[in-house]
Design a protein around this ligand. Structure first.
Ligand code: BG6
Length: 475
């Protein structure tokens, strides 16, 4: 078989600061919204959220996977794996502890200088997400987070600081992680955006869309600024691709699935790639009586800040249909009806490698800009036996998805990066547990924070090294 992956393909792995770093109150860092999220108390995907950091509550993100202290060893392992890229995020409150200061925290900036220097040693290209759900807590408390337009300026000052400081060290930037998740009333997201519990009466679609508009404007301004500071910068959006197939071939189901794709996925893609709200969004807002406050200049801002690449997370597909008696799947922010043709992980996420090919074709032939798959992976309980983790199920999952990426490239889709979730085990976003593991590297820590934090490369680590070494040929 011919090799389908281009020579410079960015094979990598991903994490996010709030889930992996720990060191939550070290090096001058201020608390972030992630720091007031405990574990799930009822086994559901809704984490226990407190109004501030309480003494008697265990917050898994406070220690994370201890990357803050072990980044050198972790990056050395990434080097050993042969990674060409590392998709990570910067903790805003490490740079601006409260978020609205003018002067950044030098120790925080230095930490990422060290991380980038370490990555450079191994020839690993950083792909940096500027905000991955963990805005400074102070901004949420004092301004209501992204529901307030002033967030745009705080965010831009943060971006300006990053673009200038890391000029020449970071080329690939992602403005917001899974920006489209603000469309769903999911706890971690509304917490992350506005410090708002999913149960809050204020958690309305109206408010979430207003917050989303502020993020669109912030993202577009950041893209323009990033290009102005360094014309080599490549700046992307990031969409959680929520793919729902029509449950049946009834025309009503087909149309429902189309509308779902438009609102949940294409709305954000269209604004960020094409620079304006699509007509179907305008109609949707009008029919639902939603009114988004926009300034006249926002139209031009959105137009002049379109992205260079489209990044996405892809974990599963579900179904949507008019028969409401259909059973629903488990998910985190993404959920839908069960598909009888698919198997699911033990956490109920349906496994659909071919769906990735559908999504990649769907996205590429709409926008025709390079695509990065910056999250994809299998969350499971792993067991250590004789000091080893034999995660054949994860290898199988990744192998089948990579195969479909190859097929998509052969279809003409320009995929430039694949960074599975996750480089190492980390705190699960939805449940706040460690038990649901995605890593290629095992981290010895449990749901209560106990463990040695020792790292053990899993079987998938060695398998992925071989895949990268053969540029995707040896799967
Ligand atoms: C993505 C998020 O939605 O899904 C990650 O960007 C998250 O932060 C990942 O960890 C997996 O979800 P979960 O809830 O299983 O950790």
């Amino acid at each position: 078989m011919n090799n389908r992956f281009p020579e410079n393909f960015l094979w990598g792995a991903a994490t996010s600061a709030g889930q992996v770093e720990g060191g939550w109150n070290e090096g001058g860092r201020g608390p972030s919204i992630m720091d007031i999220l405990g574990g799930s108390v009822d086994g559901s995907v809704h984490r226990h959220q407190t109004v501030k950091v309480m003494k008697d509550v265990y917050y898994p993100g406070h220690t994370g996977s201890d990357f803050y202290h072990q980044y050198k060893e972790d990056i050395a392992l990434m080097g050993q794996m042969g990674l060409k890229s590392y998709r990570m995020s910067i903790s805003w409150s490490r740079i601006f502890p409260e978020g609205d200061e003018r002067t950044p925290n030098e120790e925080g900036l230095q930490f990422y200088d060290n991380v980038f220097a370490e990555l450079a040693k191994y020839g690993i290209e950083p792909i940096v997400t500027i905000l991955h759900y963990d805005a400074p807590l102070h901004l949420a408390d004092h301004y209501g987070g992204w529901s307030d337009r002033r967030m745009i300026d705080f965010y831009l000052h943060y971006c300006d600081t990053l673009f200038k400081r890391y000029k020449g060290k970071v080329k690939y930037w992602i403005t917001f992680n899974e920006i489209n998740c603000l469309l769903v009333p999911f706890g971690v997201i509304t917490a992350g955006a506005m410090n708002m519990s999913y149960k809050s009466e204020d958690n309305t679609e109206q408010l979430r869309l207003q917050a989303l508009h502020h993020q669109f404007v912030a993202s577009a301004k950041a893209v323009a600024l990033g290009h102005q500071i360094d014309s080599n910068n490549k700046i992307g959006c990031m969409i959680a691709y929520m793919c729902n197939y029509p449950l049946t071939c009834r025309p009503e189901d087909i149309r429902l699935a189309q509308q779902d794709d438009q609102i949940k996925n294409m709305l954000c893609g269209d604004v960020q790639v094409r620079g304006s709200y699509p007509g179907f969004a305008t109609r949707y807002f009008a029919e639902k009586g939603l009114h988004i406050e926009m300034l006249p200049e926002d139209t031009e801002t959105l137009k002049s800040g379109t992205v260079d690449f489209y990044a996405m997370s892809y974990y599963m597909t579900n179904c949507i249909g008019t028969d409401e008696s259909q059973e629903f799947t488990a998910g985190n922010l993404i959920y839908g009806m069960k598909n009888p043709h698919l198997k699911a992980t033990e956490f109920g996420w349906q496994i659909d490698p071919l769906g990735l090919r559908w999504v990649l074709n769907n996205v590429y032939y709409r926008y025709q800009i390079p695509i990065m798959i910056v999250e994809n992976g299998m969350g499971t309980v792993d067991t250590v036996q004789d000091g080893k983790i034999i995660d054949n199920y994860r290898i199988d999952y990744l192998q089948k998805h990579i195969e479909q990426i190859g097929e998509s490239i052969a279809d003409g889709v320009e995929v430039i990066a694949y960074t599975p979730w996750s480089a190492l085990d980390l705190v699960s976003l939805s449940g706040g547990t460690m038990r649901k593991r995605y890593g290629l590297i095992y981290v010895d820590k449990d749901d209560y924070g106990d463990g040695t934090l020792k790292r053990i490369p899993k079987k998938s680590f060695y398998w992925y090294k071989k895949v990268i070494g053969s540029n995707g040929l040896d799967l």
